[in-house]
Ligand binder design. Sequence first.
Ligand SMILES: N[C@@H](CCC(=O)N[C@@H](CS)C(=O)NCC(=O)O)C(=O)O
Length: 246
Amino acid sequence: MSDPNITLYTGQSPNGVKISITLEELGLPYTVRKVDMIANEQKSAWFAEINPNARIPAITDTFEDGKEIRVFESGSIMQYLVSRYDKDSKISYPVGTRAHVEVSRTPGPPQGQANHFLRYAKDDHEYAAARYQDEVKRLYGVLDKHLRDSGYDYLVSDKCTIADIAHWGWITLSRWAKVELSDFPTLKIWEERMLARPAVEKGRHVPEKHHREILQDPNLMEEFEKRGKAFYRKKEKEAAEAEDEA
Ligand SMILES: N[C@@H](CCC(=O)N[C@@H](CS)C(=O)NCC(=O)O)C(=O)O
C-alpha cells in the first residue's frame, strides 16, 4: 500500500465534516485546502479540475499506481478512504459481509433542501419547506426507532462506522432545519455519543469552527440566517447579470 498523500478541499459544511471526521477516525495525515464558499471558489476553474460538479468536499490522493486520484461526492470519498485505508475495519466492515451492506444502505435526510426553503429562499415556499422538513422528521423518526429497537450504540452495531459519520454531519445541525432533536430522544443520545468521540470533536472544526454552537444561540442564528440570505441574493444577482451579458 502506498503512503497516503491526501489533500482535503472543503468548507465548513455538513458534507465537508463527514470527510474530516472520517480522516480523523482513521488517523490519516491530510492537508486541508479551504474552499471559500462565500467567494464562490468552488465554481473556479482550478477546482473544476478536481470536482467538475463544483461542490465541496473533494480530495486528491496518490493512487496505488503512483498517479494522482481525485474523488468527490462525500459518500464516494468515505467509501474510497475506508476501502483503501481501513484495513483493520475500524469504522467499516469488509466487503461481502452483512454489516457492510447495512452500512451502505442507510438513508440520508434531505436536510439541505429543507434548510434552503426554510432559511434562504427568496419568496415564501411554504409547500416545499414543509415537504422537505416533514421528510427530515420522518427519517429522524426511522433512525430514532431503529436505535431504540436495536439497542445498538451506533447505527449498524455497537461500532461507529461511516454510516454514523455521514448522518451526524446533518443531524447535529437539525435546528437549522427547525427540527428539535429532543423530539427524537434515542437519536439525541446517539448525536451526543458521536460528539463525545475525540475524532468527531477534532474533525468537525475543519476547516474552521463548526456551526453546532451557533445553533444553540438564537441571536447568532439570526445573524447567520441574515448572512446566508444575503449570500444567496448576491449569487442570484450575479447569475442574472452574467446571463444579461451573454
Ligand atoms: N452530494 C454532494 C453534495 C455536496 C454539496 O452540496 N456541497 C455543498 C456544501 S454542503 C456545496 O458545495 N455548496 C456550494 C454550492 O452549491 O455552490 C456530496 O455529498 O458531496
